[in-house]
Design a binder for this molecule. Structure first.
Ligand code: KIV
Ligand code: ZN
Length: 324
């Protein structure tokens, strides 16, 4: 299972977040230490500073593959090529609502733009990922058609974005299953968290055969954010028995570094990396955990595995065992 991190692109689109070049580079190095397979370093056409940051990350010589984002526009792709990224992630809106109201193109025109962009990227010898933006609100026959057309054009991987987070896990499972029946390319998913289901939908996509998931540190991203890396990876490792290259012991420190640089506070209740994720207060729980930690923790996921510490908190509900 491949982990595609988009903290430095979709994550930076979190309202109020703006990272300096040094901060982006620092996060990139930390993501590399964490073991992600590929990072979306930014959207180079967006500004000169963004282009400089993406180039700087490429030059850092990290182990992770570096990807740049582009619309299906040559100037965007050229900006990615100028940064010398290994992969170009090109996207276009495919749902009627976005296609009509944002780009004003017909379905056929969108297919042509997508095919031309993929061919252009492949002609320049780069890996190519195609995203059908708003895939989950796109007519399924049309979605499958555009996926087949980019496959024929030489695309390497297809991303299925749940751009406005409207899926539920059962629907995500069925959609990925259906696309897989018609397209042989590896599938990736990019789930937004508008209903709090981004991680659940990403996991459902994996269950249906997706081989890559897009995630961010602390679930950062547009509106309610994207699927959180730590939660997604820990579910994959400890509940599904799947393997990724993530060194989970660095999850906590990575979360805190990104919290510091972005200024977006991590809730104490956040799974895996939240301050309370392994904290126990009530008498019954504390007594149980002091005897055997599995009594009131998942057991398969321990604080040590994610770089956290277990805490016994003396509060209103504490009992004599905790005090002792
Ligand atoms: O949410 C989305 O659809 C995106 C695309 C650029 C993949 O961020
Ligand atoms: Zn997104």
């Amino acid at each position: 299972m491949r982990i595609f991190d988009t903290t430095l692109r979709d994550g930076e689109q979190t309202p109020g977040v703006s990272l300096s070049l040094e901060e982006k580079l620092g996060i990139a190095k930390q993501l590399d230490k964490l073991g992600i397979d590929i990072m979306e370093a930014g959207f180079p056409i967006a500004s000169a500073g963004e282009k400089e940051a993406v180039s700087g990350i490429v030059k850092a010589g990290l182990d992770a593959q570096i990807c740049g984002l582009s619309r299906v526009i040559k100037a965007d792709i050229d900006a990615c090529l100028d940064c010398d990224v290994g992969m170009v992630h090109t996207f276009v809106s495919t749902s009627d609502v976005q296609r009509i109201h944002t780009i004003g193109k017909s379905r056929e025109e969108v297919v042509d733009l997508a095919v031309d962009a993929v061919q252009y990227i492949k002609d320049h010898g780069r890996a190519c990922m195609f995203s059908a933006m708003d895939a989950t609100r796109t007519d399924v026959d049309y979605l499958i058609d555009i996926c087949k057309r980019v496959e024929e054009a030489g695309c390497d991987i297809i991303n299925v974005p749940d751009t406005v987070g409207v899926m539920v896990p059962s629907a995500m499972y069925r959609l990925i299953e259906e696309i897989k029946r018609s397209v042989s390319l590896p599938l990736d998913v990019h789930c937004h968290n508008d209903y709090g289901l981004a991680v659940a939908n990403s996991i459902a996509a994996v269950e249906a055969g997706a081989s890559q998931v897009q995630v961010t540190i602390n679930g950062l991203g547009e509106r309610a954010g994207n699927a959180d890396l730590a939660e997604t990876v820990m579910i994959l490792h400890t509940i599904h028995g799947a393997r990724t290259n993530i060194k989970t012991e660095y999850l906590f420190e990575t979360s805190r570094m990104v919290e510091k640089y972005t200024g977006v506070r991590v809730s104490q209740l956040m799974p895996v990396v939240g301050e309370n994720a392994f904290a126990h207060e009530s008498g019954i729980h504390t007594h149980g955990v002091l005897v055997c930690t599995d009594t009131f923790e998942p057991g398969v996921m321990t604080p040590e595995m994610v770089g956290q510490k277990r805490r016994i908190v003396l509060g209103k509900h504490a009992g004599k065992h905790a005090v002792k």
